[in-house]
Write a protein that binds this ligand. Structure first.
Ligand code: NPQ
Ligand code: MG
Length: 366
C-alpha cells in the first residue's frame, strides 16, 4: 500500500465532568489524531497520550515530535501495518505514538480491502459488555450518586479510582449500598508502595474483581510480592508496555489479570500478541480506556470482542466523557456497545464537528 500523505491533527474536547485520579484532575482532552492517505483509502489513528506525562512518560507534544522527527520519516513508501511496525521497532519507547501511526495505516489497509478491524483481529462477538471508571470524588455521598447514575445507565461493572486516603471507606460504602452482586473493582494508578500491603489487604473483605496497578509502573517484582500478601487479584495496567512485559509479569506471578490498552503497548498487533499469550496462560484480559474519542473507542471495542477478553472493559459510551463526540456517539444498549461492522475501524469523524474542535493541523512528509 502506497502512503501518499500523513496528517497530524490536534483537537480539544471538554469533559462532561472533571475526572480525578491519583495522578491528577483532568477537565478536557487534548487529543492527537493521525490521518493516513493512500490512493485506495484513508485511515485514522488516535494517540492516547495525555498532554502531561502523569500516567506514562509519553505526552501529546512529545508524541507529535516523535512522529514528525523519527517515526514518519522511517516508514517505507509502501507499507502495510506489519511492515510499518517493523520499520518503527528500532526506535525505543514512544509506543503511544507508534500505535497511533500503525493503527491509521491498518485502518487504511482494511478499508481498502473492505474488512472490519474486528474481523481482522479475530473478534468472536458482535457486542461487548461495558464497565465504567469512576473518578475520586470530594465525598462518599457524591460518589454514591455517581455510581447510582452509571448503574441506572446499564453499566455492568463499576471501577472506582482509589488513592491513599480514598480507598477502604468509599469501597465499603459502594459495596454496602449496591450489594454483593455488583461487579466492582478498583484502580490505584500506581499510588501505593509495598509498605501499604496491610492497608491494601483491608480491601480483601469487599469481594473485588481485582485491584489495578496498586504499585509503581516499574515495580513488577514488587507486585509479585504484594500478590502473595493480599487475596484480591492483581491486574496490571501501567506496568505492561509489551508482550514481553506481559510474559515476565505472568512468569513472576505479578498479576492474574491484564488491562490491555493498545496505545500503551504500541498498537493492535501487539495487543493481539498479548491476547494470545495471556489466553495460553489462563490470564484474564479486559480492554482499558484512555478517554478516547469515537476513533479510538471504535478500535478498542473491536479488540474487546476477542475471546480472551473475558472481563468487561472501560469501553464506556461516548457520553461518559464527551457531550459531543467527533464520530456518531457510541451508545450503551443493555450494558453493551456494538462492535462496528464496517470496513477498518468502522466509524468516521463527522467533518463539521471535527473542524469545530480542531486546534491545529499539519502535514508531515517523508
Ligand atoms: C486507567 N483510564 O485505566 C486510565 C487512566 C486515565 C478510564 O480509568 C486523560 C487522558 C485523562 C487519559 C485519566 C481510566 C485520563 C487518562 C485517567 C487516562 O488507568
Ligand atoms: Mg488503570
Amino acid at each position: 500500500m502506497k502512503i501518499t500523505g500523513i496528517e497530524l491533527r490536534r483537537i480539544a474536547l471538554p469533559l462532561v465532568a472533571p475526572f480525578r485520579t491519583s495522578f491528577g484532575t483532568e477537565t478536557a482532552r487534548d487529543v492527537l489524531l493521525v490521518r493516513v492517505v493512500t490512493p485506495e483509502a484513508e485511515g485514522w489513528g488516535e494517540c492516547v497520550a495525555m498532554n502531561r506525562p502523569l500516567y506514562s512518560p509519553e505526552y501529546t507534544d512529545g508524541a507529535a515530535e516523535a512522529m514528525r522527527r523519527f517515526l514518519v520519516p522511517a516508514l517505507p513508501a509502501h507499507a502495510d501495518a506489519q511492515a510499518a511496525g517493523r520499520a518503527l521497532a528500532r526506535f525505543k519507547g514512544h509506543r503511544m505514538a507508534k500505535a497511533a501511526l500503525e493503527t491509521a495505516i491498518l485502518d487504511a489497509q482494511l478499508r481498502a480491502r473492505r474488512e472490519s478491524l474486528g474481523s481482522y483481529l479475530g473478534a468472536t462477538r458482535e457486542r461487548v459488555p461495558c464497565g465504567v471508571s469512576v473518578g475520586i470524588m470530594d465525598s462518599v455521598p457524591e460518589l454514591l450518586d455517581a455510581v447510582e447514575g452509571y448503574v441506572a445507565e446499564g453499566y455492568v461493572r463499576i471501577k472506582l479510582k482509589i488513592e491513599p486516603g480514598w480507598d477502604l471507606e468509599p469501597v465499603r460504602a459502594v459495596r454496602e449500598r449496591f450489594g454483593p452482586d455488583l461487579l466492582l473493582q478498583v484502580d490505584a494508578n500506581a499510588a501505593y508502595t509495598l509498605a501499604d500491603a496491610p492497608r491494601l489487604a483491608g480491601l480483601d473483605a469487599f469481594g473485588l474483581l481485582l485491584i489495578e496497578q496498586p504499585l509503581a509502573n516499574d515495580d513488577i517484582v514488587q507486585h509479585a510480592a504484594l500478590a502473595r500478601r493480599i487475596s484480591t487479584p492483581i491486574c496490571l495496567d501501567e506496568s505492561i508496555e509489551s508482550a514481553e512485559h506481559a510474559a515476565a509479569a505472568i512468569t513472576l506471578g505479578a498479576c492474574s489479570i491484564i488491562n490491555v490498552k493498545p496505545g500503551r503497548i504500541g498498537g493492535y498487533l501487539e495487543a493481539r500478541r498479548v491476547h494470545d499469550l495471556a489466553r495460553a496462560h489462563g490470564v484474564a484480559l479486559w480492554c482499558g480506556g484512555m478517554l478516547e474519542t469515537g476513533v479510538g473507542r471504535a478500535a478498542n471495542v473491536a479488540l474487546a470482542a476477542l475471546p480472551g477478553f473475558t472481563l468487561p472493559g472501560d469501553t464506556s459510551a461516548s457520553r461518559r466523557y464527551f457531550a459531543t463526540d467527533i464520530t456518531p456517539p457510541f451508545e450503551l444498549r443493555d450494558g453493551h456497545l456494538d462492535v462496528p461492522a464496517g470496513p477498518g475501524i468502522g466509524v468516521d469523524p463527522v467533518p463539521e464537528i471535527l473542524d469545530e474542535v480542531t486546534t491545529s493541523t499539519e502535514w508531515i512528509t517523508r
